[in-house]
Design a protein around this ligand. Structure first.
Ligand SMILES: *Cc1c(COP(=O)(O)O)cnc(C)c1O
Length: 371
């Protein structure tokens, strides 16, 4: 291979050397110490402000005593419960250490050096990193008016295209794909191309404004893979459980490449219980939708442009340098996300919080913007 370069006698492919490290946010306690603030609130990672499902916590407590055992490598109960919920066979479900791991599995199965993978920009940053780490070629199609441009994505397909990643709703804009768009897109797409619908925020979508990839799979379109997660609506981001629903043959290949115990026993117990915690789920939905309307209205009142969102976060044009706004908000004890790394240097992303957190966020932003 031509893109191998040697350093200190060790061969590291060029595409690995060129990977940009993910810069994780600092722990909240560290920020509080650094900035001399107290009671900071975090509205930066689209987490559930209500916390984890109480039923999940109870199930995890009960599972702790069995930690000397290896987990059930087939995640039998969780898989079966999910299969029942979605009306598919357990053989169509693959579990991952977060849906992030499923993205890695799909790339591992489909992408070799030289293969092309299409994703939008801005969208979830993980797709391009994983593809690059596999030596694949990222083909990036810009969003159009904050939405996936399916026409341009179709036009970017070549004989080398293996996978297309679509986060629906999109992170960071919160926009969705309309049914007519997806219908036409899939109709025109060559049969060999896999379409991954990353539906991390689908639980927040109201009124069926966008179709799930599951509908297409159900109608026999085996190219469509749907990814979901327990990290957002279910409030279990720290537990790391995501799942993919797909054609059983494809699921079989992913089962072959995964590690046998990729879902730990506490994660299996917690996710299973969270699925049946209707009350927590409904509360989450209500607090998110109410908080989202509140924030959108107040942000508009502050002169910001707010992208219409179908998720638990808002993309906001603050008409000035987002990094400065991020820093100034931090000094007020409110952690939000600057969208600079997503190519939106004047935008911030705010996760919907609890009512008092949303109020504090607006008060802080008002101070920052009138400064
Ligand atoms: C948050 C998020 C995920 C979730 O990742 P996990 O690994 O399941 O925590 C996936 N896709 C998108 C677009 C997201 O924003």
């Amino acid at each position: 291979m031509t893109d191998k370069r040697c350093t200190d006698g060790v061969c590291i492919p060029g595409y690995i050397k060129e990977l940009v490290p993910y810069t994780p946010g600092k722990p909240i306690e560290e920020l509080e110490r650094e900035y001399g603030i107290k009671d900071a609130i975090k509205l930066a990672s689209n987490e559930n402000p209500l916390g984890p499902s109480p039923k999940a916590l109870k199930a995890i407590e009960e599972a702790i005593g069995r930690l000397h055992r290896y987990p059930d490598g087939s995640s039998y109960y969780l898989k079966n419960r999910l299969a029942e919920r979605f009306g598919v066979s357990p053989a169509q479900i693959v579990l991952g250490n977060g849906s992030n791991e499923l993205i890695e599995f799909l790339v591992r199965v489909f992408v070799r050096s030289g293969c092309e993978v299409i994703s939008s920009a801005p969208s979830f940053l993980v797709y391009t990193k994983v593809v690059q780490a596999a030596g694949g070629k990222n083909v990036i199609v810009p969003l159009r008016d904050g939405r996936h441009d399916l026409g341009a994505i179709r036009a970017a397909v070549t004989p080398e295209t293996r996978v297309i990643f679509l986060d629906n709703p999109n992170n960071p804009t919160g926009s969705v794909i309309y049914r007519s768009e997806l219908d036409a897109f899939l109709h025109a797409l060559p049969n060999e191309v896999l379409v991954v619908m990353d539906e991390a925020y689908m639980e927040f979508v109201q009124g069926g404004v966008t179709p799930s990839g599951l509908e297409y799979l159900e109608r026999g379109d085996g190219r469509v893979v749907t990814l979901r997660t327990f990290s957002k609506a279910y409030g279990l981001a720290g537990l790391r459980v995501g799942y993919g629903i797909m054609d059983p043959v494809l699921a079989g290949y992913i089962e072959r490449v995964r590690q046998p115990f990729n879902i730990n026993s506490l994660a299996q117990a917690g996710a299973l219980a969270a699925l049946d915690d209707k009350e927590h789920f409904n509360n989450t939905l209500k607090i998110t939708l109410d908080g989202r309307s509140f924030l959108a209205e107040r942000l508009a009142g502050l002169g910001c442009r707010v992208f219409p969102s179908h998720t638990n976060f808002l993309l906001v044009d603050v008409h000035r340098d987002a990094k400065m706004v991020y820093e100034a908000m931090l000094r007020q004890g409110v952690i939000i996300r600057a969208m600079t790394a997503y190519g939106f240097p004047d935008h911030i992303r705010i996760t919907v919080g609890l009512p008092y957190e949303n109020e504090r966020c607006i008060s802080a932003l008002k101070l920052v913007l009138t400064d």
